[in-house]
Design a protein around this ligand. Structure first.
Ligand code: PLP
Length: 391
């Protein structure tokens, strides 16, 4: 049972059917316009760009294909830092950004960048007035995600974008978890730069988009990869056409289906309501702020999430984010939200997709409380909690 959809998703059948001929039949290079196979590839690339622009409500010239959000984040942070040196070296990010952002900032600090880390409250929300006060004349970039990968908490991107516009400061939105789960119309929100990864919405891994708005005062981002002039000379390297075609199909299908957000939200909300009723001393993080419809960060107090997961080997869940699970460190997001290390380590992320079913939720609801009860029965700490000796 797969309930780790914020980490990655399965490629949908329709997406695979659409992209697979581009490996062995239509394998031309979109830059090889001298022959039919190349022209066919160029046409498919243009169609994918057009389809994606239609979903995001932007111009197709504003879309740059690349290998995914990590590449976009590196390109933007490093590329803006390089090009806006005359304006300043000040960048604003939140403490709950993805590690790709935070680690990139660490690298830039070594090169002289000044990074302001915007705190969040216990629900994961930033303060807009603090953001306004933090933006300076020499601020070259505000980098705030649309939706958090661990808690699903949403940042107020409309207000952030308007604030940055008013203060004449670039806004880069990491929308990796948001796109494919909720609609976002770039013609209505003045986001300057945005990134996404196809594998978060049932597209293939290793492909994504960097969106850069065309403005009268053009946005300057120094390229990360120099090469053969692809992507308007902004991102060198032969475009990965099968993956790009698959990404366009996945995004188009998701938009046509209203992101299945009502269905997914109902599964998620039922799970949350039932699980908190069935497991004593459990609760959901960021439940009181606007959230993605698919994400539940469940805290099962006085247990380790990894211990619970090891008792459910056939169910894919996550303890914190995929990267922090690998490092076994407590989630930086939950710590930033003011949780103790113990509670952060007791947090289990359940992330749903349209491919999950009510039967799966019923199975999880049947298994998880039993596992918790069994583990707590063996736990001396739980005995002390029960006896009222510790809380
Ligand atoms: N940003 C966010 C919010 C994410 O959730 C992820 C992946 O989990 C990334 C960036 C990095 O995406 P990718 O691994 O596809 O480059």
């Amino acid at each position: 049972m797969y309930l780790d959809n914020n980490s990655t998703t399965a490629v949908r059948h329709e997406v695979w059917e659409t992209m697979s001929p581009y490996f062995q039949e239509y394998y031309g290079n979109p830059a090889s316009l001298q022959h039919a196979l190349g022209r066919q590839a160029a046409a498919a690339l243009l169609q994918a760009r057009t389809d994606i622009a239609a979903v995001l409500h932007c111009q197709k010239q504003e879309i740059f294909f690349n290998s995914g959000a990590t590449e976009s984040i590196n390109t933007v942070l490093k590329g803006v830092f390089q090009r806006y040196a005359l304006k300043g070296k000040h960048i604003i990010v939140s403490t709950t950004e993805h590690k790709a952002v935070l680690n990139c900032c660490e690298e830039l600090q070594k090169l002289g960048a000044e990074i302001s880390y915007l705190p969040v409250d216990e629900q994961g929300a930033i303060s807009l007035s603090l953001l306004a006060a933090t933006i300076r004349k020499d601020t070259i970039l505000v980098c705030l995600m649309a939706a958090n990968n661990e808690t699903g908490a949403l940042h107020p991107i409309q207000e952030i974008a308007a604030l940055c516009q008013a203060k004449d400061c670039l806004y880069f939105c990491d929308a990796t978890q948001y796109i494919g789960k909720l609609p976002l119309f770039l013609e209505h929100i003045p986001i300057d730069i945005l990134c996404l990864s196809a594998h978060k919405f049932h597209g293939p891994k290793g492909v994504g988009i960097l969106y850069i708005r065309r403005k009268s005062k053009p946005i300057q981002v120094h390229p990360l990869l120099h090469g053969g002039g692809q992507e308007l000379n902004f991102r060198g390297g032969t475009q990965n056409l099968p993956l790009i075609v698959g990404m366009a199909k996945a995004l188009t299908l998701a938009a046509e289906e209203g992101y299945n957000s009502t269905y997914i939200r109902e599964l998620r909300d039922y799970f949350e309501q039932e699980i908190c009723a069935r497991i004593p001393a459990s609760h959901i993080i960021s439940q009181d702020v606007p959230r993605l419809p698919n994400t539940s960060m469940l805290v099962v107090e006085h247990l380790l999430a990894t211990e619970i997961m090891s008792q459910l080997p056939h169910i894919a869940l996550a303890a914190g984010s995929a990267c922090s699970s690998a490092s076994r460190a407590p989630s930086h997001v939950l710590l930033a939200q003011g949780m103790t290390i113990e509670k952060a380590k007791a947090s289990l992320r359940v992330s749903f997709s349209m491919l999950n079913t009510a039967d799966e939720v019923a199975t999880l609801l049947a298994l998880l409380p039993n596992v918790v009860e069994r583990l707590r029965a063996q736990s001396p700490i739980w005995q002390l909690v029960q006896a009222g000796i510790i809380r």
